[in-house]
Design a protein around this ligand. Structure first.
Ligand code: 5GP
Length: 122
């Protein structure tokens, strides 16, 4: 169940400011307020989805395709496509997702710590 009481919904409503990178009819991208590395962007759909799982299960294929094309476009705009970058999307409680509006983090602009795909325990 989507809860409108979250910061990304408020950014979409212009209730709180964000440093915008890219916007179209379906997607908004802005800089993370607390960057984890030199370039840290957030990309969100304008429609209300709780997380990646909810997005992919309920959005149309066109919406999903458009969204991920926009993620790549933002990486191009940030000029990190050639040097490389990481995309991350936390889903739900065990991942530590803080903001319950689907978003992808784009992380780059410098060498990142290797990201283990083995089990990560806090
Ligand atoms: P999550 O843990 O949900 O994957 O990531 C949420 C991200 O949202 C965090 O990286 C956090 O720094 C960022 N964030 C939280 N509040 C704000 C805000 O008000 N503005 C912006 N631009 N980013 C925010």
């Amino acid at each position: 169940m989507y809860d409108k009481n979250n910061v990304f919904y408020k950014i979409l409503q212009s209730e709180i400011p964000a440093k915008k990178i890219y916007e179209d009819e379906l997607v908004l991208s802005f800089y993370d307020i607390n960057p984890a590395c030199r370039v840290h962007a957030i990309v969100i759909p304008k429609k209300s989805y709780v997380d990646f799982h909810n997005f992919v299960k309920t959005a149309t294929s066109d919406e999903v395709g458009h969204f991920f094309a926009a993620v790549a476009k933002v990486a191009d705009m940030l000029e990190i496509s050639n040097s490389g970058y990481r995309i991350v999307s936390n889903v739900g409680e065990d991942s530590g997702q803080e903001v319950p509006h689907f978003h992808v983090h784009i992380l780059g602009g410098e060498k990142l710590q290797p990201h283990s795909t083995k089990i990560l325990r806090p």
